[in-house]
Design a protein around this ligand. Sequence first.
Ligand code: ZN
Length: 156
Amino acid sequence: MEEGECELCGRFGKLVEIEIEGSTLLVCERCAAFGEKPKQTGLKSAQKPAVSEREIVEEVVENYGERIRKAREAKGMTQEELAAKLQIRASLLAKIEREEMMPEIPLARKLERALGIKLVERVGEGGVEGEAESKDKNSYSMTLGDLIKLKKMDRE
Ligand SMILES: [Zn+2]
């Protein structure tokens, strides 16, 4: 068994590989209780499969550029500084802030974490944002997957 930082709670200790909602995580023995079952195959420990979110589609919010610019300015960062932090080109960030280019979800996630803002929202099956969807949305709103993401955000 290897030692390292738990991907759920951040505690250092012996790690167990578990599978949660299609994601493989290395977690401490305490957090392993969340998992479905420990995996015995050590073949693809570093590779995480894409998270399957069932019928949920993730979309970047409409006024992403404005949100990014305001949050960046509130932190007193230049485009160059933020771009360097995200390891992207400043010119790309400028385009995103002008909403000439929509960031991919992974980049939007990075921006969310770097700036502490919300850029990605989930759209239910069919993409209809109506009152009929709201009940379903709520039931998905705090899955274990979300908890994992929150925990990861906390650490960065
Ligand atoms: Zn843990």
